[in-house]
Design a protein around this ligand. Structure first.
Ligand code: HMG
Ligand code: MG
Length: 339
């Protein structure tokens, strides 16, 4: 039965929508780097029980996500929401065919991750001094010095290493962030041997022209989206949706050859050390757009959306994702989720 007011099929997804209209020049396939269990949950005021986290990750994998960032091995006082990393990680043992990267800020974090058999880690740098101080208690260069031996050791152990770079498009304390400043830190992370760089719009202020400009500057600096050679890092984008720009920015990145996009199921997220950072781009909103463009992701949108709905119930508030709400038939302002 069709609900004419919402243009959705009652109780479920719109039949056979979105229609598919490919656009020339975009990648045929996008790998979604799911960050909900880490970037999402690190910013929840409630501490989610470890068994709920494990089930969340299992459900995300079952929905077809092949990379799910599981947790962080940071100081537990800095991010208490993820203090259960040692308990959580072994619970994910049964998940096969899923990459489970974890954040490690320093040698101690890497030790903890290696002890549990992690195969993929991420260091996280800042393009600005203010955020480097707030997030890592270091200067920008001090943080890079801290990461250098971590990346080297991880590579020696055969791990895949991602280098995040935060505040690429603007900073809550410093305002505009010069493109050259971002390029400099990207080159430093690439020089250490990171396999992938994720360009973070931590507070969601980027606009599409800015994304084109940064990716063009990186290309000129020898860092194209697909990596200059087998040894060069590929580029990923990590948009937060604070100003509603995350999807437009993603499209701009795809037009520049980026084929790895970070997103968070249900739009969970933020960053505890940048108060103006709200949720990440919602994975469901991303998948809806990519489905319409005919770009493969391998993700089952209905299963993913059901997972976010399930998680929203556990968190006691509705998902901010427009797609999750629309698919649940709760897009109207008086939806049952919001009552
Ligand atoms: P510090 O206070 O400078 O640490 O914090 P330290 O090196 O001086 O060590 C102090 C104590 O902490 C020592 O213990 C260490 O052993 C211990 P003590 O000797 O006093 O007993 N310690 C640790 N314990 C457990 N695990 C560790 C660890 N390291 C040291 N790994 C530190 C420096 C880096 C540790 C701290 O600043 C920290 O943990 N920061 C993490 C902040 C964080 O996780 N932020 C969120 C992730 S970033 C993000 O969300 C942005 C992103 O999404 C992209 C975007 O959106 O832009 C990625
Ligand atoms: Mg983030």
């Amino acid at each position: 039965m069709t609900d004419a007011a919402n243009c959705t099929v009652s109780g479920g997804s719109p039949a056979q929508l979105p229609m598919v209209f490919p656009v020339e020049g975009l990648p045929a396939r996008v790998r979604i780097h799911e960050v909900g269990p880490r970037d999402g949950l690190q910013n929840e005021s409630a501490i989610v029980p470890v068994e709920v986290k494990a089930e969340f990750i299992g459900r995300l994998a079952a929905a077809g996500l092949t990379t799910v960032e599981a947790t962080s091995f940071v100081h537990p006082k800095w991010v208490p929401q993820l203090a259960d990393a040692e308990e959580l990680y072994p619970r994910l043992d049964g998940l096969s065919g899923v990459r489970l990267p974890v954040l490690v800020p320093n040698a101690r974090g890497l030790e903890r991750a290696l002890a549990l058999g992690a195969r993929e880690v991420a260091v996280f740098a800042s393009a600005t001094e203010s955020f480097a101080h707030a997030n890592l208690n270091r200067t920008v260069d001090g943080a890079l010095e801290m990461f250098e031996p971590v990346v080297a050791r991880a590579k020696r152990e055969g791990l895949r290493v991602r280098g995040y770079l935060s505040m690429c498009f603007g900073d809550p304390w410093e305002g505009p962030v010069p493109v050259d400043q971002v390029v400099r830190v990207c080159r430093a992370l690439a020089g250490m041997g990171c396999d992938e760089l994720s360009l973070g719009d931590t507070i969601g202020v980027a606009t599409p022209g800015h994304v084109h400009a940064l990716l063009a500057a990186l290309r000129t600096a020898g860092l194209p989206a697909a990596g200059p050679s087998a040894a060069g890092p590929t580029l990923a984008v990590h948009f937060h949706d604070t100003y509603g720009q995350a999807l437009s920015n993603t499209l701009a990145a795809l037009q520049n050859g980026v084929a790895t996009v970070d997103a968070s199921a249900g739009g969970l997220g933020g960053c505890p050390y940048a108060k103006s950072a709200t949720g990440n781009l919602a994975t469901e909103d991303l998948v809806w757009m990519l489905n319409g463009l005919g770009i493969e992701t391998g993700v089952d949108l209905a299963a993913l959306s059901a997972t976010s709905h399930w998680m929203a119930e556990r968190l006691g508030r509705p998902s901010p994702s427009r797609t999750v709400r629309a698919l649940a038939g709760t897009a109207s302002p008086t939806s049952s989720q919001e009552q």
